[in-house]
Design a protein around this ligand. Structure first.
Ligand code: N01
Length: 548
């Protein structure tokens, strides 16, 4: 257990970590291993991060189980056995509890405690941190592990407070089972959460009305129970899997095809897409090397999925409403189980709220500009204030009292160095922060890379008696420019999505993810460390050292 000291009711630590999901749990473990006194503060009552909160029916990860886990410990990998190709939320939560138990992490986690503010005290070179229950902590390092998509977005619909029925957000689902039997249920939103929960709710509800603003491409996950030999084989190949996913583009041992989609004949391409469709999972998007970069190439795969939708959905008018027109994959690619099939059920109807927007939540349901719908329950599958939302929920202030929110002009002008740190905020690290590859792949792999880099960096600083590390302004501006230049070569920046803030009314737009891939990004970070933290200013108590 971390040995904490207390002075005048202030807890003194080496490091404060925010959040007990994949990031915070591993950060705590790493820092303990190398002897930094560390406490994790977590708003929830237990470990899990987003997997603690996302308990909606159908919640499941769409990275394959044997890759969606930590790889820092072979023992851990061998001791845990996944049951199906894509892990359901209860199983992921059990896994994270297993990790917390195995490494005895809970004793250094304060649950039900929210970090309210963190302010850098330049004179003392400490972060002064306040919690919602009035604790004060002084720590040399402030590390955020808050996830990129954890602050729920409930659109500001007029009248929600007058609604007499039950309502839920997919990202804040109750712990007890919600009973939809015999009820008229409305789901707003058809992103990953909506697409997963709609088929499950439809099985239970008397009637389900889906309120769709943008139709989605979705590909069958083809989930199935694992055979014992599949899991055994993965365990035997642990080192190979670890090497492959850490050097891959997206944290999975799948690399994009070598050809452009336009280099194959239409027949060969169609066959490739059919094969990928049958395999399920992420294979379709990886069929060629330019599906996320070239409009014409993308159109071939987008059209392939559109035809699948038309074939699956029996009512041609519903099929038309469900058919998207933007670039497949430029909004987060989705995997499903029976999503489009669900619209063939008699108890499911679809409302196009782009054509007739939601005007008001009434006492009895939802009214669009066209019609009123009486509902016993409403499910908001309306996503998250991504990338910056959870950081801005804390009042983080760096040198001269400048707040992170002000520095980044409320999200419109985000600058980070490597997505790990930002100038003016010394000794602060962000795990999977904006402008790192974070959500563009299998996130635990991105988390492990950041955690290991940060822990190594802190060890280096301690070994060399360095008191502060701070990103240089010019280096972070160069990094931001590099991120944007890469992103502008892709189709990600050509559609509206939560990736660029378009899902939140009045949020400043900006695409804040490094698209160059997990492996190449890891190499860049390693190179920076090798050059003794090039791009950062390091200062000991007596002198300041700069490299760039
Ligand atoms: O949220 P989303 P999500 N009126 O933002 C609609 C991860 N995740 O929770 O597209 C009407 O994707 C909005 O419409 P539009 C994953 O990274 C992973 O589904 O903006 N509709 C959209 O349809 C994912 O990308 C997994 O026009 C409104 C929906 O709500 C991320 O979390 C599972 C509206 C929001 O979709 C977020 O997914 C679940 C309004 N005012 C989540 N506002 C897996 O690993 C929003 N919408 C499988």
């Amino acid at each position: 257990m971390t040995s904490t000291t207390r002075k005048n009711d202030v807890t003194e630590l080496d490091a404060v970590v925010v959040g007990a999901g994949f990031s915070g749990l591993y950060m705590l473990h790493q820092l303990r291993q190398v002897g930094f006194s560390t406490i994790v503060y977590e708003a929830a009552a237990d470990v899990g991060g987003v997997w603690y909160w996302n308990r909606y029916p159908g919640a499941r990860c769409d990275s394959e189980s044997i890759y969606y886990n930590y790889t820092f410990s072979e023992d851990l990998y061998n001791e845990w056995t996944w049951t199906s190709r894509f892990p359901g939320q209860p199983e992921i939560l059990r896994y994270l509890n297993f990790v917390a138990d195995k490494f005895e992490l809970r004793k250094d986690i304060e649950f039900r405690t929210r970090i309210h503010s963190a302010q850098y005290d330049e004179a003392a070179n400490k972060w002064i941190i306040h919690t919602n229950d009035n604790q004060v902590i002084s720590a040399k390092y402030f590390i955020t592990g808050v996830g990129c998509i954890s602050t729920a977005n409930i659109p500001n619909f007029k009248g929600l407070e007058n609604y007499d029925g039950e309502w839920y957000h997919t990202g804040h689902w109750p712990h007890e089972k919600v009973n939809f039997h015999g009820k008229r249920v409305g789901v707003i939103g058809t992103g990953s959460s909506g697409v997963q929960t709609i088929p499950e709710i439809a099985k239970e509800a008397a009637h389900l009305t889906v309120f769709q603003r943008t139709p989605q491409y979705s590909v069958p996950a083809k989930n199935h129970p694992y055979k014992a030999e599949t899991v055994q084989q993965a365990k035997e190949n642990f080192h190979e899997i670890k090497r492959k996913i850490r050097s891959s583009m997206g944290g999975l041992p799948i690399q994009p095809g070598e050809l452009s989609a336009l280099e194959d004949t239409p027949e060969a391409r169609h066959k490739k897409y059919e094969d990928a469709w049958e395999k399920g999972g992420a294979y379709l998007l990886f069929s060629y090397n330019d599906l996320l970069a070239d409009e014409e190439a993308n159109e071939t795969v987008s059209q392939f999925i559109r035809e699948k939708i038309q074939e699956t959905v029996k009512d041609s008018e519903i099929a038309r409403k469900l058919t998207p027109s933007y670039y497949y994959g430029a909004k987060r690619a989705i995997l499903d189980t029976d999503y489009f099939e669900t619209y063939n059920r008699k108890n499911v109807s679809l409302v196009d709220v782009k054509q007739a927007p939601i005007e008001e939540i009434t006492k009895t349901g939802i009214r669009t500009t066209n019609e009123a719908y009486d509902l016993d329950a409403i499910v908001f599958a309306t996503g998250y204030d991504g990338m910056t939302g959870s950081l801005f929920n804390m009042d983080i202030r760096g040198k001269d009292g400048i707040s992170l929110k002000d520095k980044w002009e409320n999200g419109s002008d985000v600058h980070t160095y490597l997505g790990i740190s930002t100038a003016g905020f010394p000794n602060m690290f962000m795990i999977t922060g904006p402008e790192s590859p974070s959500v563009l792949g299998n996130v635990p792999v991105a988390v492990e890379q950041h955690v290991e880099w940060i822990a190594d960096c802190m060890e280096y600083l301690r070994k060399h008696d360095i008191e502060t590390i701070e990103a240089n302004s010019e280096d972070e501006i160069a990094w931001s420019k590099h991120c944007r230049k890469l992103a502008d070569k892709t189709l990600y920046t050509k559609v509206e999505s939560w990736y660029n803030g378009a899902n939140i009314a009045d949020k400043a737009r900006g695409f804040q993810i490094y698209v160059g891939g997990y492996g190449p990004y890891r190499d860049i970070c390693d190179e920076v460390a090798k050059k003794e933290y090039a791009g950062f200013s390091l200062a000991s108590s007596s002198k300041s050292l700069e490299w760039s």
